[in-house]
Ligand binder design. Structure first.
Ligand SMILES: Nc1ncnc2c1ncn2[C@@H]1O[C@H](COP(=O)(O)OP(=O)(O)O)[C@@H](O)[C@H]1O
Ligand SMILES: [Mg+2]
Length: 222
């Protein structure tokens, strides 16, 4: 996969021409560009290659879902600010200058503390992120920003204690802790090990989903 995302935020680069940050190669993955929107550096997640295809409604749904999540999180320092939906199949948001957590060599303790606090805050607000990995966490100076809310879920308060929701929260937390563990080399303590362990039913559901996704991709993939 071609990615020049780590070049984003290099000072002194002109922002005028759209710069491809990530090319969408897999099914329903957007092309991600850095560009200017009303004179401001912005990031556009663009699904327009699905226009006039069978998958266009799904692509529109992904755009709308991510926009809705970012709209609800507007003003929160740990999410990029939504700029809007363009033509139904593209989502524009604030460009966050910096480096994805995964491409940083040394990461301070405060970054991990912010990451844990951001996940806790997201959960308290009724969201699960569902796709936390080092490329979806941007470090911008002192600010840690969660990216990629395409898979995020927000559920009404009465549903929040359902086992599947508890599992999604556990899985977010486990992903944040795994990033920290991988980058620091620290062995997890007793409580952390418990959080990191996948319950057996989760492994079976996940395997089932992977089989379904492979079948879906074989039928509709490019
Ligand atoms: N608001 C943003 N500011 C800066 N870089 C971003 C922003 N959004 C995305 N990126 C960069 O583009 C990459 C892909 O965006 P992402 O939203 O994760 O798309 P995908 O759903 O294809 O993974 C990210 O890993 C990050 O490097
Ligand atoms: Mg991503």
């Amino acid at each position: 996969m071609h990615t020049i995302a780590h070049a984003a935020g290099v000072s002194g680069r002109p922002f005028e021409a759209p710069v491809l940050l990530k090319e969408g190669t897999r099914l329903l993955e957007p092309n991600v560009y850095r560009t200017l929107v009303e004179g401001q550096p912005a990031v556009v997640k663009d699904y327009s290659r699905y226009r006039r295809t069978l998958l266009a409604p799904l692509a529109r749904l992904l755009v709308r879902r991510e926009a809705r999540a970012l709209r609800r999180l507007r003003g929160w320092t740990h999410a990029p600010m939504l700029l809007g939906i363009v033509g139904g199949l593209s989502l524009a948001m604030e460009f966050v200058p910096g480096e994805p957590l995964g491409s940083r060599r040394s990461v301070g303790e405060d970054t991990f503390r912010q990451l844990r606090a951001a996940v806790a805050h997201l959960h308290a607000a009724g969201f699960t992120h569902n796709d936390l990995h080092p490329a979806n966490v941007m470090v911008s100076g002192d600010r840690v920003v969660l990216l990629d809310f395409a898979s995020a879920l927000r559920v009404p308060r009465w549903l929040r204690n359902a086992p599947v929701l508890r599992e999604l929260r556990r899985s977010d937390l486990a992903n944040a802790l795994k990033i920290e563990q991988r980058m620091t080399g620290r062995a997890p303590g007793g409580f952390v090990s418990q959080v990191l362990a996948d319950p057996r039913w989760v492994t079976s559901v996940r395997d089932g989903w992977k089989r379904f996704y492979r079948g879906f991709k074989a039928s509709f993939g490019q």
